[in-house]
Ligand binder design. Structure first.
Ligand SMILES: Nc1ncnc2c1ncn2[C@@H]1O[C@H](COP(=O)(O)OP(=O)(O)OP(=O)(O)O)[C@@H](O)[C@H]1O
Length: 254
């Protein structure tokens, strides 16, 4: 739930990310200032290669910025090593990926319970109870003894959402959660995310698809590693689509 006193889940100030390929620097994110408050539902949109997944990886503490400050739940992460980031991640972040990423030889229930196995003091019985609750919330409890391969893509993604929320994370990060689904199943997964948001879950979702970003309260537009306002984004998109400048088109919307 939103609380005026609680710090934002994510605060990025002047964040940049550079990948090195030999001596060549690839500036993937530049001057990112972004805050995600508790209870918000934010979409990250932009063309292929503009840095959306990289941004999500920084938010989820899977990677570290090259410059700038990233505060997570009000705490600086500047000096957090890989171990400490893993602890924060396990306690506070739920992930949903485009390709579902369920473990194929574990049952649905064990997949969903997996994040809890890294929590101290949570025994198997409690893990299974909580997994069943999470599966019930996505309408999949009747499949808890199945293997992921026995489910459809839409069902697998609903299980992945259950796994992401079973540990009651501070933020749910979803990277193209509808990308491998047809429209009907994509809409079902979006309805699920909207329902979780209505119950107070903080969500940040990467999507190419404006039909789905409409479910979010606000959309952050990325172009070429920078956050741009809606008007600039639309203007550049229009120029690209009308073929006003072919070279620019390929740069921005490859
Ligand atoms: N680990 C890495 N090492 C080197 N370069 C990387 C790495 N991860 C991403 N990149 C580069 O960063 C750029 C942005 O990639 P990213 O995956 O963040 O874009 P995206 O907007 O999510 O793209 P898409 O919509 O196609 O998934 C790309 O040029 C990519 O090659």
């Amino acid at each position: 739930m939103r609380s005026p006193k609680a710090p934002p889940v994510i605060e990025m100030r002047d964040v940049g990310k550079v990948f090195l390929a030999g001596a060549i620097e690839n500036h993937v994110l530049t001057d990112i200032h972004l805050t995600i408050g508790r209870g918000e539902f934010v979409a990250i949109a932009g063309p292929s290669g503009c840095g959306k997944t990289t941004l999500l990886s920084l938010m989820g503490l899977l990677d570290v910025p090259t410059r700038g400050e990233l505060r997570f739940l009000g705490e600086s992460t500047a000096h957090a090593g890989a171990g400490q980031r893993a602890v924060l991640r396990n306690a506070h972040v739920g992930f949903v990926f485009q390709a579902f990423n369920l473990v194929p030889d574990m049952t649905v229930a064990d997949n969903v319970a997996l994040p809890l196995t890294f929590r101290q003091g949570v025994g198997r019985r409690e893990r299974m109870e909580r997994a069943a609750e999470a599966l019930a919330s996505v309408g999949m409890v009747h499949r808890m003894r199945h293997l992921p391969g026995q489910l459809s893509g839409g069902q697998q993604q609903r299980v992945a959402v259950a796994r992401a929320v079973v540990g009651e994370p501070a933020i749910l990060l979803a990277d193209e959660p509808t990308g491998n689904l047809d429209l009907r199943n994509g809409e079902k997964v979006m309805a699920l995310l909207s329902g979780l948001h209505a119950q107070g879950t903080t969500i940040c979702m990467v999507t190419h698809d404006d039909r789905f970003s409409a479910a979010a309260e606000r959309t952050v537009r990325l172009l070429d590693g920078r956050v741009v306002d809606e008007a600039t984004f639309r203007q550049l998109q229009h120029e690209a689509e009308s073929g006003l400048d072919e070279r620019r088109t390929l740069e921005i919307f490859p």
